[in-house]
Design a protein around this ligand. Sequence first.
Ligand code: HEM
Length: 489
Amino acid sequence: MSEQFDNTAGPLTTESGAPISNNNQSEAAGVGGPVLVQDQVLLEKLAHFNRERIPERVVHARGAGAYGTFTVTADVTKYTKAKFLSQVGKETETFLRFSTVAGNLGSADAVRDPRGFALKFYTEEGNYDLVGNNTPVFFIRDAIKFPDFIHTQKRDPYTGSQEADNVWDFWSLSPESVHQVTWLFGDRGIPASYRHMDGFGSHTYQWVNEAGEQFWVKYHFKTDQGIKNLTQDEANRIAGEDPDSHQRDLREAIERGDYPSWTVQVQIMPAAEAATYRYNPFDLTKVWLNGDYPRITIGKLELNRNPDNVFAEVEQSIFSPAHFVPGIGPSPDKMLQGRLFAYGDAHRYRVGINADHLPVNRPHATVARNGNRDGLGYDGRHGRQKNYEPNSFGGPYETGQPLWGPVQVSGVTGEWETPKHAEDDDFVQAGKLYNLMSEDEKDRLIANLAGFIAKVSREDIIERAIGNFAKADENYGKRLAVAVAELRR
Ligand code: HEM
């Protein structure tokens, strides 16, 4: 902490540094009289207090973060030229923010909801952000549906509450959601803590090596703490008794030196195989089967330092799927393409145009150099440097080296559906997931789903929802129909 901000010694002062004589009685016109406008200590304090909040994240508002270290454990140079992955044993500083999705900033942690897993690698070639979840898939496959989807998860404009009608109306009209919904209402839908769950990059990304060869890649972070989940009843109790359960668990584990870690794995697909893979590899509602593309262990992620200041380092932290480094790039996944825009835009609105300059967000292993200047909160870091390029004064220059490789495209523009591959439909992987579950887990899945579906007010929505699960697996649909009917009797 710099001395400038050391508030442990010396008198209280105003923001402009003048000593404060009385922080407990405001200045009044006579004993018992009204307060004077000249009491600038009072006015500054009240005005500052009014401005303490910034807009909360429109999704993933509730979260907790920690710094850590990523260590490379396998040679991946044949797949990517990314420098932070270039050598076994190489370490990179990281910051990870976990979150829930639908709840507001002050909501409880122990809820049924995906968990965000947003990871920043402070690499020597710039910050690489992998903004994933604890689920390998997602509810929809086109970014244009995201605001509608989130509106159904958040508060209804009339009731001000989440409404089962809206949730199930949207899910039942978007059958591609069945896979993720099955995942969410299964045992992993409520992790016991942020430490006891896996993370996923979820999307397919591009890796490119020094020779320019391209690969498609999916990231997996396997928890070394073991998977631990809560049942719905346990979660209901904990959410009431200890709304900060996940946040506290993470902070306390790090405080006692019990550093959580994840084994980092990737699935790698040579670029040429994408066209003929049994599922569209850029469809976010699908996984790549492990038997087709086995996971390769490439590293270890450990979280070992708590942030000192939650507002500065967690609330103001920003992560963007568009933050790539040389050797890593996007895929044509339509969800990812939308996200490449959405996050930077959200940051400029939520934290401001100089959000990237804040200590948690700026590069730690290199410096940012460009002609961007000024704006709210600009700290003058560029001094007298020229603010244009090209220039003749030895300023920063372009490299001529794109971060990622070119992708072949063809056809005509259009509002096309995501192309289906040989074994693609909306239901196939949901059925597979259902059938991987033990009988006990199936029982809990059916009970969790039925409990929520039974709250829907309209029979047509209920029928359509159950119909989608029946398409995933007949028995799944039948059991659900019986369970819902039972609850609605
Ligand atoms: C097109 C679909 C999506 C859009 C438009 C979208 C948009 C957003 C926005 C605007 C934020 C708030 C950012 C901020 O204020 O800093 C956010 C946060 C987040 N999103 Fe998405 N999102 C999408 C899909 C996804 C998917 C598929 C995942 C995971 C695989 C994901 C993971 C996250 C995470 C982890 C955060 C929290 C980041 C943090 O901790 O600051 N989102 N999203």
